[in-house]
Design a binder for this molecule. Sequence first.
Ligand SMILES: [Zn+2]
Ligand SMILES: [Zn+2]
Length: 173
Amino acid sequence: MKNNYKKTIKNNIRPSWDEYFINIARETARRATCKKRQFGAVIVGDKRIVATGYNGSPAGLKHCIEEGCYEIDTHCVRTLHAEMNAILQVALQSQNLSSFTDLVIYIAGPGQPCLLCMKLIIGAGIKRIVCEKIYRPKEHWKEYEFIDKILGKAGVIMEEYGVNNKNKRIYER
Ligand SMILES: [Zn+2]
Ligand SMILES: [Zn+2]
């Protein structure tokens, strides 16, 4: 054990903060109950985990994995998104997000937050969004145009997390 620890330090493979939290978001995404949307989110305040969330039905309701997806216009509407569930956790646990100076949300999954989640993230006072992947299907360009506008106005930075932390890039708006 001791040797392994020394090796880890020597090879400098100790994860960065971003790597650490995005990996926890990835693990969280594995709990998602909708197979169409497997996302995980972790809210971090001053380098501490405040809440986690994954795609799932509101507490007490049946999940997609139990009853199948409920689709309207090809979208499954049964679940709350990972970001919503993480923010809901904060509310339910009566935690005060405004007491943190550095608020970040890490999102694992095949895309960026939707418009509704973006508005919740901004409203919660989160200033940095680290996405595993920023994917913007062309047909929703109007939505992305508005998202960019409100992110800029609110002073929120959205970044895509790279394979090595070095590949991380600031998303250009
Ligand atoms: Zn579903
Ligand atoms: Zn969403």
